[in-house]
Design a protein around this ligand. Sequence first.
Ligand code: SAM
Ligand code: GLN
Length: 283
Amino acid sequence: MQPYSYKSMVQEAEASLVLSGKDRGIAMLLLEDLFDISRADFLLDGEEPVRDDEHMQFRGVIDDVISGVPYQYAIGFAWFFGEKFKVDAHTLIPRNETEELVEHILNSETDDGRTVVDIGTGTGNIGLILQNSWQNNEVILTDMSTEALSVAMYNAEQFSISPLMLAGNMYAPLIDRGLKADVIVSNPPYIGYNETDEMDVSVLRHEPHEALFASDDGLGFYKEMIDGLPEVLNFGGAVYFEIGWQQFQPLQQYISAKWPNTRPHLKKDINGNDRILFFRWED
Ligand code: SAM
Ligand code: GLN
């Protein structure tokens, strides 16, 4: 009998993916993500035999994907800003839109010793990329979920950095320690409880609801953070929020009513949707 080759393994996986209505390209992607075998390597060496443990691992991920588990959870990591981030059931899968938030902050803030806080850090994707890109600014990562912070801790180790990580509700861990920031960044939960009909079923079924949903049509956490600024942000400091596509207008009004001298700005994402709300806080 011919030894079982990478080629047979990929062909079988592609056939099962197609049969279950999934993208067949996942098989080649997985080959690269799991074993670092590129398309070019595959064309050259596809007939090479596969080790049993590799086959089991590969098949396990394909079966999970077929049963509806998002690819990143099945494989255990997600790419964000060109880096690999561990993800698990306690963390949101980092989104492409959020890369645009990170890029905008890197373009806007100078690296001159600022204290920057990432509220609701999840895998740490925002805060760790920022900290890894800066030499002088200090980034603090917070989350309500200690499980998510463990994942962020693991990811920090991969960058060989050890930023301060604090567990707790929104600003509470900063207030407890008397910490004040120059920059606040957050991609909080912002989906309204009435929006489940419009959501992707796999997001709803597999991603942590504590990372997705917020009260007040998804505006609850923003309003709480806007109200609490005097306790945690140095005067004139900056705020950057990722927001949902319909949230700029109501938040703009809310900010103007609360802090009349503050001018909220909007940046759209690559798809033309409202996505980043940012401002320098003046009361
Ligand atoms: N920052 C990550 C990103 O951009 O992909 C994760 C964002 S996810 C939308 C929101 C995060 O906020 C989750 O990790 C969740 O655990 C955290 N969270 C939810 N409620 C919170 C609260 N009351 N205080 C602090 N963090 C909270
Ligand atoms: N952008 C995510 C989604 O649409 C939601 C993330 C969030 O609530 N911050 O699934």
